[in-house]
Write a protein that binds this ligand. Sequence first.
Ligand SMILES: Nc1ncnc2c1ncn2[C@@H]1O[C@H](COP(=O)(O)OP(=O)(O)O)[C@@H](O)[C@H]1O
Ligand SMILES: [Mg+2]
Length: 259
Amino acid sequence: MSKRIEAKNVDIYYSKFKAVEDVNMVIEPRAVTAFIGPSGCGKTTFLRTLNRMHEVIPGAYVDGRIDLDGEDLYGPGVDPVNVRRKVGMVFQRPNPFPTMSIKENVLAGLRLNNKSAGTSEQDEIAEKALRGANLWEEVKNRLDLPGSGLSGGQQQRLCIARAIAMSPEVLLMDEPCSALDPISTLAIEDLIQELKATYTIVIVTHNMQQAARVSDTTAFFNIAGTGQPGKLIEMDSTEKIFSTPTVKATEDYITGRFG
Ligand SMILES: Nc1ncnc2c1ncn2[C@@H]1O[C@H](COP(=O)(O)OP(=O)(O)O)[C@@H](O)[C@H]1O
Ligand SMILES: [Mg+2]
């Protein structure tokens, strides 16, 4: 299921503003890749090009090429809805649908994609996804209660279950723990470690300890100044980035000198 992503000469625009310039990177399957860098350097923007969410913003577009196992995600005839099914996303703030039950939340993406499944099949999919998100034991007796009644950490795992229910190949997570307490954060980090056996995982994080704990590879992005495009400065094994980075700016950032 897990797939390799390759970005070649990727420039990303919001109308005339070039937000990200010339990114070249390979994201390996069955591994966790962390994106780090100061606010505004384009981490979210780049992440959203990996599942064609960027282009939903009016005037926004992408130049260059992004392949998923060699297949051009932006090729002619590629359906962006299909791309978003294969490349799932979890956002900064847990965003369960407030009027839906826990079970309905897990199945929401499937429903939107018109996959008609029978009731028992739906129950199975929901249980499997909730187990996969380490949430089943906590919610199995209240599947029909609103998802909004869960704690923040549980809501974020519910959103991960919703993404997993689609059987994606890649999971993109944009600062998934930034709204969570330390205990819930650790639960998500443990979950990420388990999920990487099955999915290609990309996580944006502001937390250096988190990047060091959960990722195999780290990509450092930076901006030269306001109005300048963000660039990928250095990408290497997480161990190397956090011990002996090659670029001075990387070292300055990870040691807390800026950002
Ligand atoms: N919807 C948007 N319209 C115009 N510019 C945007 C939009 N979203 C982000 N940007 C700009 O793109 C740049 C990169 O932002 P972002 O990807 O959110 O950075 P990060 O996630 O690293 O903090 C910033 O200059 C930001 O102001
Ligand atoms: Mg961001």
